[in-house]
Design a protein around this ligand. Structure first.
Ligand code: SF4
Length: 410
């Protein structure tokens, strides 16, 4: 294998930015030669202030799920004034998500570029890239293709639901166990080895690498005002999962069609993943953006859509997910150790049509008890998903309490 020096750009690149879609996946293959031919060399090193300004103009929000403005996160790390750690988070513990894995397989150099640019701008003393076992080979190959990436430490993390949470990523690096921890003090103030630690999702870093090449205006030329740029989406339909890149604000209906799913077969969608919310098929014309989904109590999360087809029971599917989530906690906080198994049990009774009209009330009370009480948001996300099922499948909840099921043949 040839190891290359990646030239830093000194003047405006002659390489034209991708027009239309895809952007992140525009190179077509993961080699450095193709990456350089498609996107041009690494942009010249810029200080933190310049990067923060460009990112603020771009409107890039994190693609790991929380959708926090990226410029703010970097500004928070820059405020410490100390050399810290920058972590590219490709943990992707959510079973419905495959977009980070797809990105690391098809465009690892964009992620590496983003990590290098942020680390250099912040004067970081350490760079880490964390991902699961299956993604290590393509990332290792990409790192070994270029001399400037030699300082990146590649870490394998556990393949479990909570392993992608930022404090779990820090724990995985420090202690080898990807479980969340209480972080009363922000990680950007005190993280790995008590140093300022900035954890950014790998897709966020890939967008950043393109924004610093082609500018904030180019980034905003796709998507909508309130959801600029593109995002990777994992859509799970009756025939399996596909990852697509869509412009921000694309409607749910258009997204489904792009993923090969016939919207007329859809009964409901779980939007945002297992910590997301169910929305009924009446919402298919809503844009897949924070503002577009807010009226339905949902958000894009890490860009996940799961189809519930006509003829399937949303309450049964919710009970299965609740059982899975109850088993994924670290069991170190009361809401997870006690509350989530109870929520799972009561949800299972709703799903199997126990004739007990008090079950929805019990679920709402349990959800109130666990929300906001854990060291991380696992109880909150689980409770939110279950509550959304009670709303989206309200008719079924009432039918199940009578021992009936409206939608599914008994
Ligand atoms: S809330 Fe649950 S998942 Fe989060 S740290 Fe506590 S036990 Fe672990």
């Amino acid at each position: 294998m040839t190891v290359l020096d990646v030239p830093a750009r000194r003047e405006q690149s002659a390489v034209a930015p991708p027009e239309g879609l895809p952007r992140l996946l525009a190179a077509g293959d993961p080699t450095l030669a193709t990456h350089l031919a498609r996107f041009g060399p690494l942009p010249a090193v810029r200080d933190a202030e310049a990067i923060i300004g460009e990112l603020e103009r771009s409107g890039l929000a994190g693609r790991g799920g929380a959708a926090f403005p990226t410029w703010r996160k970097i500004a928070s790390a820059a405020e410490s004034g100390r050399a810290g750690v920058v972590v590219a988070n490709g943990s992707e513990g959510e079973p419905l998500s495959a977009k980070d894995a797809t990105l690391l397989h098809h465009a690892p150099h964009l992620v590496i570029d983003g990590l290098l640019l942020v680390a250099r701008a912040l004067g970081a003393s350490e760079m880490q890239l964390v991902t699961t076992a299956a993604q290590l080979p393509p990332v290792q190959r990409a790192i070994s293709e270029r001399r400037d990436a030699g300082g990146i430490r590649l870490r394998q993390t556990e393949d479990r639901f909570v392993s992608g949470e930022a404090s779990a990523v820090v724990n995985a690096i420090e202690r080898g166990r990807a479980i969340p921890r209480d972080h009363v003090v922000r990680l950007t103030v005190s993280g790995i080895g008590r140093r300022p630690t900035l954890v950014l999702n790998v897709e966020t870093l890939a967008h950043l690498a393109l924004i610093l090449r082609f500018g904030a205006s180019w980034f905003r030329s796709a998507g909508s005002d309130d959801d600029p740029g593109t995002r990777l989406l994992t859509v799970t339909g009756p025939d399996g999962s596909v990852v697509i890149e869509a412009a921000g604000g694309t409607t749910l209906r258009t997204t489904l069609r792009a993923a090969g799913v016939d919207p007329t077969t859809v009964r409901a969608l779980l939007v945002g993943g297992y910590h997301g919310a169910w929305v009924a098929s009446e919402a298919l014309d809503a844009p897949l953006s924070a503002a577009g989904l807010a009226p339905f109590g949902a958000g894009p999360g890490a860009g996940i859509l799961m189809v519930l087809s006509r003829g399937q029971c949303g309450l049964t599917r919710t009970a299965e997910i609740a059982r899975y989530l109850a088993g994924q906690s670290a069991g170190q906080c009361g809401p997870c150790a006690n509350g989530l198994p109870e929520i799972s049990d009561v949800m299972a009774r709703v799903a199997r049509r126990d004739r007990d009209a008090s079950l929805p009330r019990q679920l709402r009370e349990l959800a109130g008890l666990v929300t906001g009480r854990g060291a991380c948001h696992h109880p909150d996300g689980t409770a939110r998903m279950v509550m959304s099922a009670l709303d989206a499948f309200d008719h079924d909840v009432r039918a199940h309490a009578l021992g009936l099921c409206q939608e599914v043949a008994a």
